[in-house]
Write a protein that binds this ligand. Sequence first.
Ligand SMILES: Nc1nc2c(c(=O)[nH]1)N[C@H]1C(S)=C(S)[C@@H](COP(=O)(O)O)O[C@H]1N2
Ligand SMILES: [Mo]
Length: 201
Amino acid sequence: MSTRGFTGRPPSEATRERLPPGQYLTQDFPVLQIGPTPRVDRETWRFTLRVGSRPLKSWTWQNFSALPRTRWGGDIHCVTKWSKFDTAWEGVGIDDLLADAGISAPTAFALAEGHDDYTTNVPFADLTGGRAMVATHYDGLPIAPDHGGPARLLVPHLYFWKSAKWLKGLRFTEKDEGGFWEMSGYHMYGDPWREQRFTGD
Ligand SMILES: Nc1nc2c(c(=O)[nH]1)N[C@H]1C(S)=C(S)[C@@H](COP(=O)(O)O)O[C@H]1N2
Ligand SMILES: [Mo]
């Protein structure tokens, strides 16, 4: 059966209720990124929490793999208008990372940083309370490189551009500093249910 079988068929009422305004349902998993997929080896992988340029805590793949694991299942929404339902992720919750570091958030904002120099900003409160994780598995398998493996941020209640792929760290910032897309006209917060796509939405 074709995975694109929904093309041209109007979505059911149940589907429409789950779709944020302006979104359509897709069955496949598009790849969206600013450049080529970087190669990130688990052997040299580090995940670092910083305040400005000062490192607070760093994990190797081995210490990171020993942290408690979290699962989340649900819908994701890309600003280019596709939504995908019932995605299944596993990784380490940001609450558990902070607990392991023995710290509470030193500032109210963060920039997620990818190995491709991608950045995106998120209020730190949106990363806690079980709402975000550093995901390592998708659908029961290690996340494929094109989807951000070995580890990506997952903040599913915001547009998917906030879920930085090839995550190398989170940097706490004093102010809400725009990241890559936010500095090019995209919304600072990006709530799909309020359709916050662009600056001023
Ligand atoms: N490091 C990094 N993360 C990124 C991006 C990127 O270019 N670099 N693109 C973002 C955008 S715009 C989207 S929609 C999602 C796409 O994730 P996917 O390719 O797994 O669907 O990744 C986000 N995370
Ligand atoms: Mo996107």
